[in-house]
Design a protein around this ligand. Structure first.
Ligand SMILES: Nc1nc2c(c(=O)[nH]1)N[C@H]1C(S)=C(S)[C@@H](COP(=O)(O)OP(=O)(O)OC[C@H]3O[C@@H](n4cnc5c(N)ncnc54)[C@H](O)[C@@H]3O)O[C@H]1N2
Ligand code: MOO
Length: 410
């Protein structure tokens, strides 16, 4: 007798309950791209940290050049040159000018900068033909960031702009959770590595690439283990070898009703991994539990490639995001109008592949290929999943549907 299927929500809830976020550590900034900050960061210094010039030109006192014009130029002695990172002149005497470069500190006394273009470019003396307004071309200390400003809130997913800001205030590291290490094991005696010759009854192992790439895109470190044949001993040996470097294990294949369903056969006796059907298509046969001394979470995904990938998106991705402290865990649902009618089996939530188009102002989604869970060509040609509820048997063209966009950051 087959087990009664559980819902997608029940399975996801069970998975997320078993997953705990990884502990956080200070990591060098460049290691944290795409990770969530595990601390709120405030500014230890102001930005800019000193008044500095926005132009290459001459630092002056406004009072000395207020009357300068093309017909009435003002001439001032040049008393020094201030470079960015090379500032000796700290105070500008009245009635003088100092050459100053973009980013260099404005000496005390000076209150504006005359760009080169408004002068004769003089070295010992300079002729100024136009007056800046008071403060013009001076970037005032703290006009961007003040000491104590909140720069990054805990939970922020760190992108290039955040890392640039953290570096700009002198932070070399930030507390963040490490990337989960995901070990991917493809099972199947029929599998061959890409690049190797294919027999009359063998196929290439696409799944471990699909899953490893999906894990890496989620921000994890993915370790793709070589193909494991349909022998429980070989599978358990490979698993034992890999556990040392795994925060999560993902297997593909060997979980349905066949005579050689290796993953189920090997893990069921442990009693720590649940196997059963989830009311979805593709992705009905699923396994989830823990293995090894550290109770490492293990996802046993079905071998059909589309089933494997959709199972990853629905269950593994949210788990990885929870481990990384990234919210939301699951991809958002968006609405779109269906361009072509579809049908769906009763009792299972169907995830049809589709192409999403928001260009016309009103979002639409076009089904791509059929519902078969072996259709990798159609999977690659799609960028969205059309979610058809369990009790819906058909949806007409033009009707609204819920869609999961697969390539969007969220
Ligand atoms: N009698 C039943 N048979 C099947 C049922 C069922 O309920 N009763 N469920 C079907 C469904 S639904 C799915 S999904 C599959 C899941 O099967 P397994 O997880 O046991 O996977 P395998 O049998 O090992 O492989 C299925 C299919 O996928 C191909 N495959 C496997 N691994 C890879 C890989 N790494 N790269 C590319 N392709 C792979 C494999 O060759 C098979 O064609 O079971 C149905 N059967
Ligand atoms: O449910 Mo299976 O996962 O159709 O291919």
């Amino acid at each position: 007798m087959a087990d009664a299927p559980i819902t997608v929500e029940q399975h996801l809830a069970r998975v997320l309950e078993a997953i705990t976020p990884l502990g956080h550590v200070q990591q060098p900034l460049m290691e944290t791209l795409g990770l969530a900050a595990a601390e709120s960061v405030t500014a230890g210094i102001a930005l800019p940290s000193f008044d500095n010039s926005a132009m290459d030109g001459y630092a002056v006192r406004h009072a000395d050049v207020a009357d300068a014009g093309e017909e009435s130029p003002v001439e001032l002695p040049v008393v020094g040159e201030i470079g960015a990172g090379n500032a000796q002149l700290l105070t500008l005497p009245p009635g003088t000018a100092a050459k100053i470069m973009t980013g260099a500190p404005v000496p005390s006394g000076a209150d504006c900068v005359v760009p080169y273009e408004w002068t004769d470019h003089g070295v010992a003396r300079v002729r100024i033909e136009r007056s800046p307004s008071p403060g013009q071309h001076v970037r005032v200390a703290g006009d961007d960031v003040s000491v104590g400003d909140l720069l990054i809130e805990e939970g922020t997913v760190l992108g290039p702009r955040h890392l640039g800001l953290l570096a700009s205030v002198g932070r070399a590291s930030v507390a963040s959770r490490p990337r989960p290490r995901v070990v991917i094991l493809s099972t199947g005696t029929e599998l061959r590595e890409p690049g190797q010759p294919l027999g009359h009854d063998s196929i290439y192992d696409g799944n471990s690439y699909l899953l490893a790439a999906a894990a890496r895109r989620a921000g994890a470190l993915a370790y793709r283990v070589g193909i494991v044949p349909d022998q429980p001993r070989a599978f358990l040996d490979a698993l034992a070898d890999q556990l040392v470097r795994a925060d999560v294990v993902v297997t593909s294949g060997g979980v349905s009703m066949g005579d050689f369903d290796v993953v189920k056969e090997a893990l069921r006796p442990l009693g720590t991994v649940w196997f059963g059907p989830v009311a979805m298509q593709p992705g009905k046969p699923q396994g989830f539990g823990t293995v090894g001394d550290d109770a490492t979470p293990i996802f046993c995904l079905p071998g059909n490639p589309v089933s494997s990938y959709i199972s990853f998106e629905m269950f593994v991705l949210p788990a990885l995001r929870k481990m990384m402290g990234i919210n939301p865990h699951s991809r958002p649902l968006v609405q779109a109008r269906l361009t072509h009618a579809i049908t769906s089996p009763p009792g299972r939530r169907q995830f049809l592949r589709g192409e999403y188009d928001a260009a016309s102002g009103q979002a639409t989604v076009t089904p791509v290929g059929g519902s078969g869970s072996h259709l990798v060509g159609d999977l690659a040609a799609s960028d969205a999943l059309i979610v058809v509820p369990e009790d819906t048997l058909s949806i007409g063209a033009g009707e609204p549907v819920q869609v999961i966009r697969l390539d969007e950051e969220f």
